[in-house]
Structure formats: structure tokens, C-alpha cells
Design a protein around this ligand. Structure first.
Ligand code: FE2
Length: 161
């Protein structure tokens, strides 16, 4: 009778998985918060270039959801869980600059840029921290940084001189 073969949960060293989770988890939580706060801004924008900003905010929310999925699934692919329940996101992701209620488009654009900048700081920490640990996880962070910086450019272009 043959014994069932044990399949490891992950192909990487546990310390590599732990480091990837350490650096990518804050990124996931920040991006999940952006999906919620970006919708808040999308619904309440008023004033100059309403349609353009309203639609751009939806695009940014969609990107944030995709980036969060990529980072979260990298952690899970390495065999570790991520706690991205809404209460955990609210506790750990930090406060948004998006106000409650209606606001002018330039104010909301600045608020979302501020939220994105906070995420980019965590993403850069992940790029630096994962450099000597796991290049595949670092690649995930680099891809997210590239995407967020592009979305930031689209936002800044609405308010830059
Ligand atoms: Fe909508």
C-alpha cells in the first residue's frame, strides 16, 4: 500500500514567505481602503470637470482592487494568510484625506493623491525590503508602484498648472 505523498503548501522558504507577507500586507490594506474611499470621492465629486474626475476615480478604484488582488494572492501563493477584513483595514490602513459629503473636484483629487502617496510609501518600502529576500514578490511591488504612479499622474494633471 503506497503512502500518500505530502505536498508542501508553498515552494519557498518560510522566512521568505514571512518577509513577503510583512511587506505586502500593508500595501493590500492601503489599496483596499482606496477602493472604498475612492468610491466615496467618485460619488460626491462636484464642480470643474465633473465627468472626467468622476470617471477617473472609478478607474482608480478598479486599479486599486486589481493591485490589492495581485499583492494578496502573492502572499497566499507563498502559503500565508492575509487579514483584509474591513475592520482590520479600518484599523491599520490609516485615515483617508477624503472628506465626508460633497466636495469640489480639486479638493477630492488632492485627497486621493494624498491617499495614494501613503500607499506608495509602503510600496517603496516593499520594493526596498524585498530586494534581498524575494525578487518575485519585489516584482509585484514594482508593478504596483508603476501603476499607482501612473494613476497619480492622471490625477495631478487635473490640478497642475
Ligand atoms: Fe459609479
Amino acid at each position: 500500500m503506497s503512502k500518500a505523498q505530502t505536498v508542501p503548501t508553498t515552494a519557498v522558504d518560510p522566512t521568505v514567505a514571512a518577509a513577503a507577507a510583512q511587506f505586502l500586507s500593508p500595501v493590500v490594506l492601503g489599496l483596499e481602503a482606496l477602493t472604498v474611499n475612492g468610491k466615496q470621492a467618485h460619488w460626491h465629486v462636484r464642480g470643474a470637470n465633473f465627468v472626467g474626475v468622476h470617471e477617473l476615480l472609478d478607474t482608480i478604484v478598479a486599479h486599486a482592487g486589481d493591485f490589492a488582488d495581485t499583492a494578496a494572492e502573492r502572499i497566499v501563493a507563498l502559503g500565508l494568510p492575509i487579514d483584509s477584513r474591513i475592520g482590520t483595514v479600518a484599523e491599520k490602513a490609516g485615515a483617508t484625506a477624503v472628506p465626508a459629503g460633497f466636495a469640489q473636484s480639486d479638493e477630492l483629487v488632492r485627497a486621493i493623491i494624498s491617499d495614494i502617496d501613503a500607499i506608495i510609501a509602503d510600496v517603496k518600502a516593499a520594493v526596498d525590503g524585498l530586494d534581498a529576500v524575494d525578487l518575485t514578490s519585489q516584482d509585484v511591488a514594482i508593478e504596483i508602484q508603476r501603476g499607482l504612479e501612473k494613476d497619480r499622474w492622471f490625477l495631478v494633471s487635473h490640478i497642475a498648472a
